[in-house]
Design a protein around this ligand. Structure first.
Ligand SMILES: Cc1ncc(COP(=O)(O)O)c(C=O)c1O
Length: 332
């Protein structure tokens, strides 16, 4: 995976930035932010998965590789759709992206600017996924979705594979240290968290960090599923964390999330907005989904019951926390 990404034009590891004021605020040893505000020319981590999956899809469809012979279809609340559209354009193929309600006009425009056809759906993300799957059910169209369901798991699996590069970079950036004690992951359908669980739970050497998922209060399908012990869908509302506004965990991710996450937290919009502003003050560009990691960490480490939660996660004043900031601040 690393070799594939490294060979792409514009590839560079994204920064892992240490922010001592946050460590002081939260009484831990170190807080480091994996800053995905500029990844392969796009302002979110999503290109890691989309580029690899599109590469695999087109390699499998060798005979269809005439320019313009394939339309890559997906549903997205912004970042994934833009990344699929970019990958399609670079491969000389078409893209059709279904966006749910609540996606900002600039995010829609950014997808269209990649040359993709955009269909705006009046319903939530889960409905956009359904419509994209229907639209892709014909010759010449291929669904490249970053969530899985029974019977549709191969391509989402490739997307998760692509995300592995992010974790591999963190390993390199923390080489020579004992590694993180806690990793905080923003979660929509849980595909990124699946990659994080896969990475940190399969390492033969080194200690395994605690893993915390962070969702919007209005779309906490993974927290609800963990509580129920089985995947459940929730009715989503409105949130500034558009990329996390998903009502159903990925079927592929679920067993990993259930077996591998240590804790799940849901945060309100105001906490994420504040976290984004604080990160900006510290020089890190972070959008509402990216900053959710910091909002979640704060929710866990402060307030009533914080000492119990800290102990349950095995954290102390020397602990090293990695926050995944999965997108940059929106352009103004
Ligand atoms: C910026 C950002 N962060 C996090 C996520 C969550 O990823 P997943 O849906 O794999 O949980 C997304 C998904 O769209 C996203 O766009």
């Amino acid at each position: 995976m690393r070799a594939f990404h490294s060979a792409l034009p514009g590839y560079a590891p994204t920064p892992l930035t240490e922010l001592p004021p946050l460590a002081a605020e939260l009484a831990v040893g170190r807080v480091l932010v994996k800053d995905e505000s500029s990844r392969l020319g796009l302002p979110a981590f999503k290109a890691l998965g989309a580029f690899w999956a599109v590469h695999r899809v087109l390699a499998e469809r060798e005979r269809d590789r005439e320019p313009g012979s394939v339309t890559l279809v997906t549903a997205s609340d912004g970042n994934h759709g833009r990344a699929v559209a970019r990958a399609a354009r670079l491969a000389g193929q078409g893209a059709h992206v279904f966006v749910p309600r609540g996606v900002s006009a600039p995010a829609v425009a950014a997808i269209a600017a990649e040359g993709a056809r955009v269909t705006e759906v009046t319903g939530p993300y889960d409905e956009a996924v359904r419509l994209a799957a229907e639209a892709a059910d014909g010759p010449g169209s291929i669904l490249v979705q970053d969530t899985a369901w029974p019977g549709y798991e191969e391509i989402p699996g490739w997307i998760v594979e692509g995300y592995a590069t992010l974790c591999a970079e963190i390993d390199e950036q923390l080489a020579g240290t004992a590694g993180p004690d806690l990793v905080c992951v923003p979660v929509g359908v849980g595909s990124l968290a699946q990659a994080v669980v896969t990475h940190y739970r399969s390492r033969s050497a080194g200690r395994a960090p605690a893993l915390l998922s962070v969702e919007p209060e209005t779309a906490a399908c993974v927290a609800a599923s963990l509580a129920a012990g089985t995947p459940v869908s929730v009715t989503t509302g409105e949130t500034v964390m558009a990329g996390l506004n998903c009502g159903t965990p990925s079927s592929l991710a679920w067993p990993y999330l259930y077996g591998g996450l240590d804790a799940a937290v849901a945060v309100p919009d105001a906490a994420s907005v504040r976290a984004a502003a604080d990160l900006a003050d510290l020089g890190v560009s972070s959008g509402p989904c990216g900053a959710a990691s910091l909002a979640g960490l704060r929710a866990v480490l402060t307030g009533a019951g914080a000492e119990e939660r800290r102990a349950a996660l095995g954290l102390d004043a020397a602990s090293v926390v990695v926050l995944l900031s999965t997108e940059g601040a929106p352009a103004r």
